[in-house]
Design a protein around this ligand. Structure first.
Ligand SMILES: NC(=O)c1ccc[n+]([C@@H]2O[C@H](COP(=O)([O-])OP(=O)(O)OC[C@H]3O[C@@H](n4cnc5c(N)ncnc54)[C@H](OP(=O)(O)O)[C@@H]3O)[C@@H](O)[C@H]2O)c1
Length: 257
């Protein structure tokens, strides 16, 4: 038996869901292995905050669409940090609304690479290792687009729908081997400065926070989302949740728009 603490590997760890979930698992005794594409400073700050709170964390910059990056991250985490007990696959693929003829082949393919193929690669690298130990959780952040296409969402919805189906197929194979795969549909806007914040720009994001966020609770708070991820990873295998949706109390659900 390894005496090293279990690892929570977060693929896509910004200041929103990814980093906050990693921080939550670190507070519960996990070694949080956090990766993101850019912003070394933000990554270092998050690692330092977790360590200052008495937790274990490591951070890596990588571009997950590059060949072998996810695979090498899994292998090196297992060999140098500890056994991966939880994977949080959190890469998004939202490129904003684009009409069909404004959706290039390249951007369509990039969404698939991030949302669908990225998950396939992470699962191919991590699931067999976890299955050998007979336990583990694979928590996959997803979005409304996984269950509902919409105007301008050709690339995003196709990629996220594929992600959802991949989760179901992974569950069928790896559930019986002890791996809990959960598809977590984030059905609304998150208070996430590194994704939604960048897409909207600082002024619009601040206005959104002031009108819907903060004390209004109309933006989903990463801390509260992290509670759900922690709960999922604790579920007994006789009652696993395979899919769930989260939305703010003021939002209408995806099927009611
Ligand atoms: N934010 C929302 O309103 C919202 C709504 C519905 C669903 N979601 C889902 O939530 C998840 C994202 O969570 P979040 O919005 O709270 O963001 P977050 O966890 O704050 O950040 C996600 C991180 O993913 C990283 N990333 C993106 N592309 C990458 C790549 N090629 N290689 C490595 N890292 C990469 C980004 O890194 P860099 O910043 O360094 O580039 C970003 O910081 C996605 O699955 C998305 O579909 C979000």
């Amino acid at each position: 038996m390894s005496s090293r603490p279990p690892v929570c590997l977060v693929i896509g760890a910004g200041a929103g869901i990814g980093g906050t979930v990693g921080r939550r698992f670190a507070a519960e005794g996990y070694h949080a292995v956090l990766c993101r594409r850019s912003d070394q400073q933000g990554l270092d700050a998050l690692v330092a905050e977790i360590q200052a709170e008495g937790g274990l964390a490591s951070g890596f910059l990588l571009n997950a669409v590059e060949p072998d990056t996810i695979e090498n991250l899994v292998t090196s985490t297992e060999s140098t940090i500890g056994p991966i007990d939880v994977v949080v696959f959190n890469l998004g693929a939202q490129i904003g609304d684009r009409a069909l003829l404004e959706t290039s082949y390249k951007s369509f393919e990039m969404c698939w690479r991030l949302a669908t193929f990225g998950l396939f690669r992470a699962a191919t690298a991590a699931c067999p290792i976890m299955a050998e130990r007979g336990k583990g959780s694979f928590l996959v952040t997803s979005s409304t687009a996984a269950v509902r296409g919409n105007a301008g969402q050709h690339a995003h919805a196709a990629a996220m729908g594929g992600r959802r189906m991949l989760c179901q197929s992974l569950n069928a194979e790896f559930g019986p081997k002890g791996i809990h795969i959960a598809h977590i549909l984030i059905d609304g806007a998150v208070d996430a400065p590194d994704t939604l914040g960048k897409m909207l720009g600082p002024d619009m994001f601040q206005a959104l926070r002031e009108t819907r966020g903060m004390e209004h609770d109309g933006l989903m708070l990463p801390d509260k989302i992290a509670d759900t991820y922690w709960h999922l990873a604790q579920q007994h295998r006789s009652t696993w949740t395979h899919e769930m949706d989260l939305r703010s109390f003021t939002d209408r659900p995806w099927w009611n728009h």
